[in-house]
Design a protein around this ligand. Structure first.
Ligand code: FEO
Length: 172
């Protein structure tokens, strides 16, 4: 069964939303870097890589189903935030929005009786539980330590240990 035009359009829109998420998190990573929080920045940069992966997974699925990819312009994200708490609260809020977009896609797949797309989207439904939880965990910890001092330093060290999904070879 081929993708309906409506489903194809909605999946393409989600590719854009995931690319925007990657942009937003790269922007947050840059702001964290400017705030001398290299570990927080590392965590957010890896989050941006995950978003790229989310976009690519959709991209491959659309092509596999014989659909077309139409890449739209990516909206420019905010560039500055007040403090790390505001950044991670922003990330958590953004994940809630992404969850609602995924839920809308599932609703559409069900309406269209597109079982293959519905099945594919279940990976995202599960992933969103993790995405919300991981951003919220950082928010809660930041609140616990009051967002400063030795606690902030320790957290920066902890988040700096997150391993990237991929790295670019040096000198290329
Ligand atoms: Fe692609 Fe963070 O959801």
């Amino acid at each position: 069964m081929a993708l309906s035009n409506k489903m194809e359009k909605a999946l393409n829109a989600q590719i854009n939303a995931e690319m925007y998420s990657s942009y937003l998190y790269l922007s947050m990573a840059s702001d964290l870097n400017g705030k001398a929080l290299d570990g927080f920045s590392n965590w957010m940069k890896i989050q941006a890589q995950e978003e790229l992966y989310h976009a690519m997974k959709l991209y491959d699925f659309v092509l596999e189903r014989g659909g077309s990819i139409t890449l739209d312009a990516i909206e420019a994200p905010q560039t500055e935030w007040k403090n790390p708490l505001a950044i991670f609260q922003g990330a958590y809020k953004h994940e809630l929005l992404v969850t609602s977009l995924i839920n809308d896609l599932v609703d559409l797949a069900i309406k269209e009786k597109d079982h293959a797309t519905n099945n594919f989207l279940q990976w995202y439904v599960e992933e969103q539980v993790e995405e919300e939880a991981s951003a919220d965990e950082v928010v809660q910890k930041l609140k616990l330590i009051g967002g400063k001092g030795n606690g902030l330093f320790m957290m920066d060290k902890e988040l700096g240990a997150r391993i990237p999904l991929f790295t670019f070879p040096a000198g290329e």
